[in-house]
Ligand binder design. Structure first.
Ligand code: HEM
Length: 199
């Protein structure tokens, strides 16, 4: 019998591979403006998704950690966006329903996991755009967090959470829905390049 975390991993393996492919363009961003647009697109996901997770009962889990939406807002401010610009960034309206802890676990699995890829992306972007050390890299660079340690702690708690098979399935479905939301939103808002060309 696979553990809960193994189920989460196996079920999302293929969509993650697709996500990496869709976001490969982040290694060749040309300008700070393009980077700013990408950050704004991520804000439209992280801000409402984090808000949706805030009401879940995380007693048996490590605390969620520093807000990644706040990290994006701080990066955008360093890149020259005013508070009004940031407040006007579009927010994704079609989010997975967080109707209890199982769905919240599924969504958090994707968000906390994505912070691992973020560390890699931070390196691509700072090298490519020659950003000064630490400048506007709070979000991808994981400022205020330790993404690997946080994720390990989260996975350990998830496996110990004793969900029923049906609740595990709810978490897996929510994780898949979250990946789908990323794909759709970033495809529309972050100029993601697909095999069919730029859109
Ligand atoms: C260019 C884009 C991306 C790259 C290069 C990337 C890369 C990675 C890498 C290297 C890991 C494993 C890190 C480690 O074990 O230390 C990882 C894990 C993960 N990433 Fe990504 N990632 C990307 C985008 C995303 C996005 C957009 C999401 C979510 C929407 C995501 C969700 C996850 C999850 C859930 C895990 C944890 C998998 C597990 O171990 O259970 N990734 N990613």
């Amino acid at each position: 019998m696979p553990t809960f975390v193994q189920r989460l991993r196996e079920s999302t393996h293929d969509v993650h591979a697709q996500q990496e492919q869709d976001l490969a363009f982040l290694s060749s961003l040309e300008t700070r403006e393009a980077y700013t647009g990408v950050l704004a697109a991520f804000l439209g996901l992280h801000q409402p998704l984090e808000a949706g997770l805030a009401d879940a009962d995380w007693t048996a889990f490590p605390p969620p950690g520093a807000s990644r939406a706040a990290a994006i807002r701080s990066d955008l401010a360093e890149l020259g966006w005013s508070a009004a610009d940031i407040a006007a960034a579009p927010m994704c309206p079609d989010l997975p329903a967080v109707d209890g802890l199982p769905a919240a676990i599924g969504v958090r699995y994707v968000l906390d996991g994505s912070a691992l890829g973020g560390l890699l992306i931070a390196r691509w972007i700072s090298d490519r755009l020659e950003l000064p050390p630490g400048f506007a890299q709070s979000f991808f660079g994981g400022r205020g967090r330790d993404p690997r340690r946080d994720f390990r702690g989260f996975l350990t708690a998830a496996d110990a959470s004793g969900l029923t098979p049906a609740a595990e399935q709810r978490a897996v479905d929510a994780a898949l829905e979250t990946f789908a939301v990323f794909t759709d939103w970033l495809g529309e808002h972050a100029a993601v390049h697909t095999a069919g060309g730029a859109r």
